[in-house]
Design a protein around this ligand. Structure first.
Ligand SMILES: [Zn+2]
Length: 292
């Protein structure tokens, strides 16, 4: 049995078609997002799809920066968000209030809602795109987003599942290269090929095997492998900064109520940051020194 490297992203090109591709496969990153949470099965699957979509979206960006793909609505799943960056570091979280069936659809979960995609380049202006839930699946909605924002026909093929008790999620993106004519036939042809991939194949074969399985009649150029990792950007410093935006009396109130501690919990990674009254006095002191 060959070992399959998961948590990787590859870009590829077809020599004979004006189409580019990306393939993303996740295991540990996905597991890390599910750790410390007890999400309903349908939400677990949706988070897997969101992670794959965010990785693929990030790989289409041509600059350094961050991206957030956020679903929100008035349903039992009020929020699901995945953050990624050009280093292929991902994190994600969902908020569930109420029952969600195993076979719940996107609309069953989110209700009346929409998807917000926020792209924040390190240098340059922040861009925000909003797409309605006009399609039945997250993937359909994201394909709409590509059409609206970049006017580039894009197809996404995403699968999630569990193998050897491990959650896995993987996906392929096909996109027409800008400024090309006569692309429709190539795009349809390659989309039809890609559509034949099964969940078992996409989740369990190696990237090379998948590309061979789908495109052995084509000339495919596969580029270098990028590792994908789970990384949460939370830190004690960030907690301090947000604490200092609160009114002082509010902080004092929490300190006196909660047994002398402020416990800030990160929803993404499960870390706790504890601040007692001595910490707070010290932080206030430091902020005075900084700003006066
Ligand atoms: Zn965190």
């Amino acid at each position: 049995m060959t070992t399959v490297n998961m948590d990787t992203l590859n870009r590829f090109l077809f020599d004979n078609h004006p189409i580019r591709g990306e393939i993303t496969r996740l295991e540990q990153t996905y597991q890390a997002v599910l750790d410390n949470h007890t999400y309903p099965v349908a939400v677990q699957n949706l988070l897997g799809e969101l992670l794959v979509v965010t990785s693929l979206l990030t790989a289409t960006l041509k600059f350094e920066g961050d991206i957030a793909v956020q679903l929100q609505g008035d349903g039992a799943l009020s929020l699901a968000v995945v953050n990624g960056n050009d280093q292929q570091q991902l994190r994600g979280v969902a908020r569930v209030n109420g029952e969600i069936a195993d076979d719940a659809t996107l609309k069953d979960m989110v209700g009346n809602g929409y998807i917000v995609i926020t792209i924040t380049p390190k240098n340059g202006e922040r861009y925000q795109g909003i797409v309605g839930l006009e399609k039945d699946t997250l993937i359909g909605c994201i394909e709409n987003y590509f059409m609206q924002s970049e006017q580039l026909p894009t197809r996404l093929f995403v699968k999630t599942g569990v193998h050897n008790n491990k959650p896995m999620a993987a996906g392929i993106l096909l996109q027409i290269l800008p400024a090309n004519d006569d692309t429709a036939e190539s795009f349809e042809h390659l989309s039809a090929l890609t559509e034949t991939i099964t969940a078992d194949e996409l989740l369990q074969l190696s990237t090379d095997e998948i590309l061979y399985r789908l495109y052995n009649q084509e000339q495919v150029r596969l580029f270098e492998t990028h590792d994908i990792t789970f990384k949460c950007g939370c830190s004690r410093q960030r907690c301090e900064d947000s604490l200092m935006t609160l009114p002082a009396n509010e902080i004092d109130e929490i300190l006196s109520e909660d047994g002398g501690n402020i416990d800030i919990h990160c929803d993404y990674c499960g870390k706790h940051y504890l601040f007692d009254s001595i910490d707070i006095a010290e932080i206030r002191n430091r902020h005075k020194v900084n700003y006066h």
